[in-house]
Design a protein around this ligand. Structure first.
Ligand SMILES: [Zn+2]
Length: 482
């Protein structure tokens, strides 16, 4: 058996002012051939799972191309056509294949194609034809379209948020594609899209209601090839945005349809429990000041994993105003990093940080190249990280700022530890995200608090103007389901 693996992985926040252009993809990482093995084989990611399981099952896996970009706005037409064009050329030239394993997110949007993942899958299907099984593992934040499901033979979805099961799901996907290629199973997929958005603050899979809905999905999975609950990604203004369910049966499409609908019924019943819940910055700092030990504040509005720039100082400014000391946070600010590098370690500096131009004075504690490695399975399973040249600044107000040149998802404590900052020694630890930081930050936290901050990933969706979403869609409209 000979399988291809290829992919373009992007979660698009269409409210971000920044586009995913070629330069951002080069920054995020475009790997070809053996580079893919070096980058992904030892990671807990989807591609890591494909590589491992093919190895175990004696399948020859040919790594073609993998393009990744840190979540940002829509993909430019130029970047999309050039990367996907190369991808499909490689697929065409190196075939024939017994199976194809795609690495796509499910919430990609291109400037000229709102359903970018559906497009990639459809084009790949066109190259290999109807008879070659094509599998994909989607992020739980996927906005799933009928077009995507039609193009794929098997669609699995992470069922954890923070996402720590990417590798497991990829292994399962590889086994299903092999079984299909060998004619042992005949996957029939059904997609049910719900007229419903689950708020970003209610997506943790270890907490009700999502944990209970996942119990229901597992109960329904008996005798099925797979049943997935998909949370969706509310910051993409596209018609297929929202929650969905995917069921796969062996040869019985009616049954797949019934199971997907039954899970959707249960989710719809819980729709009021899936809406926003968070507290103000001042309430959060009140809590942090009362507790002993680190209180992790999840900065919802500046969620890098959701496409925010990672440069918000809303919590920092409140801490300065209140005199709250012992706070650590990352901040993407290339100009501030340059300033610190020019001043050198040990120098006193006076500068303005972030686009908010917050004046700070302090000491440059450390400088680094900003590269770090996370051996433990964290959100999305990434192993190698690069925040670009970085500096640690200890301010006179008692705050430690880990300044970086590129925004990096707050999913690993190594981002701090690698530059000599121990988060457990702080009273307040600000993490840029809602769910992605939890796997790393919850273990060190006395308490984790979801903070309602502003930004392109703010929790209150009424702050955004949608032009393309479906109507009705709960909670914007009352909506109805069946
Ligand atoms: Zn996700």
């Amino acid at each position: 058996m000979r399988f291809a693996t290829l992919g373009l992985f992007h979660e698009a926040n269409t409210f971000s002012p920044f586009k995913a252009d070629k330069r951002r993809f080069e920054d995020g990482g475009v790997c070809r051939g053996e580079q893919i093995i070096a980058e992904y084989a030892e990671s807990s990611s989807t591609v890591g799972g494909y590589i491992a399981e093919c190895g175990r099952l004696g399948i020859e896996l040919v790594p073609l191309i993998q393009a990744f970009v840190t979540p940002v706005g829509a993909i430019t037409e130029d970047a999309f056509e050039s990367l996907v064009g190369e991808m499909l050329d490689l697929l065409r030239k190196n075939g024939p294949w017994d199976g194809v394993l795609l690495n796509i997110h499910g919430a990609a949007v291109a400037e000229h194609i709102p359903d970018a993942d559906g497009e990639i899958a459809a084009r790949a299907r066109e190259v290999v034809g109807r008879d070659v099984p094509v599998g994909a593992v989607l992020d739980m934040h996927a906005n799933v379209s009928e077009r995507l499901i039609d193009a794929l033979t098997v669609t699995l979805v992470y069922q954890t948020n923070p996402h720590i099961d990417a590798r497991d799901k990829a292994e399962a996907c590889t086994r299903l594609i092999l079984a299909t290629a060998e004619g042992r199973v005949r996957p029939e997929q059904a997609l049910t899209q719900l007229p419903l958005v689950v708020n970003i603050t209610r997506q943790d899979t270890s907490e009700p209601p999502i944990s209970e809905l996942l119990d229901k999905a597992r109960e329904l999975a008996g005798g099925m090839l797979s049943v997935s609950l998909v949370e969706g990604f509310p910051y993409a203004d596209v018609s297929h945005m929202g929650m969905s369910c995917i069921a796969i049966s062996d040869g019985d499409v009616q049954r797949a349809r019934r199971v997907a609908d039954e899970l959707a019924d249960e989710i719809w019943r819980r729709r009021n429990d899936l809406q926003a819940r968070g507290i103000t910055v001042d309430e959060a700092l009140d809590i942090a000041e009362r507790e002993s030990g680190p209180v992790v504040l999840l900065d919802v509005g500046d969620n890098i994993g959701g496409g925010a720039p990672g440069d918000s100082t809303e919590i920092l400014r409140a801490a300065i105003a209140r005199g709250t000391r012992s706070l650590v946070q990352t901040l993407c600010d290339p100009a501030a990093v340059r300033h610190c590098i020019e001043a050198g370690v040990g120098a006193r500096v006076e500068l303005e940080v972030s686009t908010d131009k917050v004046p700070v004075t302090g000491l440059v504690k450390t400088l680094s190249d900003g590269r770090f490695e996370e051996p433990k399975p964290t959100h999305g399973g990434f192993r190698f990280f690069d925040m670009g040249p970085a500096a640690v600044l200890e301010t006179d107000a008692g705050h430690t700022l880990v300044l970086g040149t590129k925004a990096v998802i707050s999913s690993s404590l190594q981002q701090l530890l690698s530059v000599g900052v121990d988060p457990t020694t702080f009273q307040v630890v600000v993490a840029k995200g809602v769910n992605s930081p939890r796997a790393a930050y919850t273990p060190i936290a006395k308490r984790v608090v979801v903070v309602d901050t502003d930004g392109v990933t703010a929790m209150g969706l009424e702050r955004f103007t949608y032009a393309h979403r479906r109507k009705p869609l709960f909670p914007f409209e009352a909506g109805q389901w069946r």
